[in-house]
Design a protein around this ligand. Structure first.
Ligand SMILES: C=C(O[C@@H]1C=C(C(=O)O)C=C[C@H]1O)C(=O)O
Ligand SMILES: [Mg+2]
Length: 466
């Protein structure tokens, strides 16, 4: 149960409101407190009493979870300039922040969470009607859990037009709702799968064959093509349960959920796009795939074969090439190992090359996201041609699939992952997505099998077999 102390919040609010009124500008009040250990899944579940715009983020490689409820500020941009415009607006908002945060801890305070659709101009197409092209939200309530415990940030937009008593009332009501436990939501039982429909699998395989022909003939070196599988359940899926199960089963993955107007984009992705902590930059090249073995010995043999497989090494090397050249533009001390290692997940193993560097002054996390997205792990090479090819030939609408999702705080910290191994869930229906890197030597049947394994983690938490 949440016990929010909100020490002297009312006094702070009155002062901030007075300042907002005097200058006739809205101000963002932000208060961070250390609270008793709080389970992020319960907080997420409870949050729906307050607002159906919730965010969940769990890191793949550290004890770090964020849960956002509601929105104090919400930024939605589209077009080529969306990353910079988002950055600018966040920067402008931060000038209006009146903050109480004694902890100097990443991921607390005016953190914005959300993501950017795969293409700058997409939005509104089936099944993504609820999702704007991009959305970054500074939540009204933010829970930050790390090795030191739980921290709760309350962000409130204090508008000069609104009566201060009304704001206090609203705040009290929200807190009340966050603390009243809800007995109606069933978060423990999973759904039963009633129908699995692969979306035009034969057409998809043909699209792989066509792409290999194009790769041999033209200027494209690699293109990533994805497909969709639709599920129908016997009842509405509990997103909290899905998040819990993903976190238990996929502990080397980022687990995320973004809620928009009754739709949920959820997933467990192993792939970091970029993380910035102070000025340290971390990225990752993840491409090239094989399954896990059923014995330790078989697993090792499969891993070794992957490390030595030319087709997979090529798929991987295109990613390393591109990320290296992008990162070198805005950082120094770039450190990238010569050869890939293996990144093992529950159902599959990937070729993996970590990237470390120091970000030059004047560059921000969103600058890096803008340049990297999409890497050849999700788009292809060359980047622009690959994205055009995908728009014309892919047998689905990407929406937010394979896009940058993550968070950014008011300091110089943040992280974005790429939203693969993901599903869009609405009521008793879901669309699952999985893609694969196509190079000249790709075989449609093998790529089809590869995507099947990539679909397993989401399928397993939605009533399917693993
Ligand atoms: C595109 C996806 O995964 C990407 C493609 C990979 C591959 O083809 O080997 C491996 C990791 C990811 O970069 C996906 O899972 O949907
Ligand atoms: Mg592959």
């Amino acid at each position: 149960m949440l016990q929010v102390k909100t020490f002297q919040t009312e006094d702070k609010l009155r002062n901030v409101h007075e300042e907002a009124r005097m200058n006739n500008v809205p101000l963002l009040m932000s208060i961070t407190e250390k609270i008793d250990q709080l389970d992020p899944f319960s907080f997420f579940e409870q949050g729906k009493q307050v607002d159906m715009h919730r965010h969940f983020w769990k890191s793949a490689d550290e004890d770090f979870t964020l849960v956002g409820i509601g929105s104090a500020v919400r930024i939605s941009k589209e077009g080529e300039g969306r990353f910079q415009e988002t950055e600018q607006e966040l920067f402008d908002w931060r000038k209006s922040v009146r903050q109480w945060n004694p902890y100097n801890k990443k991921g607390t305070g005016t953190v914005a969470l959300g993501g950017f659709g795969f293409r700058p101009e997409s939005g509104g197409e089936e099944p993504w009607q609820e999702f704007p092209n991009s959305s970054m939200t500074i939540p009204e309530f933010l829970l930050t859990n790390d090795a030191e415990g739980s921290f709760l940030t309350t962000n409130y937009l204090v508008s000069p037009e609104e009566d201060v008593e009304t704001i206090i009332c609203r705040m009290e009501e929200d807190k009340e709702r966050l603390q009243t436990s809800d007995s109606s939501g069933d978060t423990e039982s999973g759904v039963r799968l009633q129908k699995i429909e692969e979306v035009r699998p034969e057409e998809w395989k043909q699209s792989i064959a066509d792409a290999t022909a194009e790769l041999k003939a033209g200027t494209l070196s690699k293109v990533v093509l994805a497909r969709e599988v639709r599920l129908t359940f016997d009842s509405e899926a509990s997103i909290t349960k899905v998040l819990k199960d993903l976190s238990d089963m996929q502990n080397s993955s980022y687990v995320f959920a973004f809620e928009q107007g009754g739709s949920y984009f959820v997933g467990a992705t192993p792939e970091r796009l970029v993380k910035v902590e102070d000025d340290e930059l971390f990225s990752a090249c993840l491409a090239g795939t094989t399954k896990r073995g059923s014995s330790e010995e078989e697993d090792e043999t499969l891993g070794l074969a992957l490390l030595n497989d030319q087709k997979n090494r090529l798929e991987h090397d295109y990613v390393v090439q591109m990320i290296r050249s992008a990162v070198e533009d805005y950082s120094v001390n770039v450190a990238i190992p010569e050869a890939p290692s293996l990144y093992k997940l529950r159902n599959l193993q990937h070729l993996y090359t970590p990237v470390k560097a120091k970000l030059k002054e004047g560059y921000s996390l969103l600058d890096v996201v803008k340049d990297l997205h999409p890497t050849p792990a999700l788009g292809g090479l060359p980047q622009k041609e690959a994205v055009t090819y995908i728009s014309r030939h892919e047998v689905m609408n990407r929406g937010w699939y394979a896009s940058p999702v993550g968070w950014i705080d008011g300091g110089r910290n943040g992280e974005f992952a790429v939203a693969i191994r993901s599903a869009l869930i609405r009521g008793d229906k879901a669309s699952l997505f999985a893609g694969c890197g196509v190079v000249e030597d790709s075989k449609p049947e093998e790529e089809y099998e590869e995507t099947k394994v990539k679909l397993k983690p989401m399928l397993a938490v939605l009533g399917g077999e693993e």
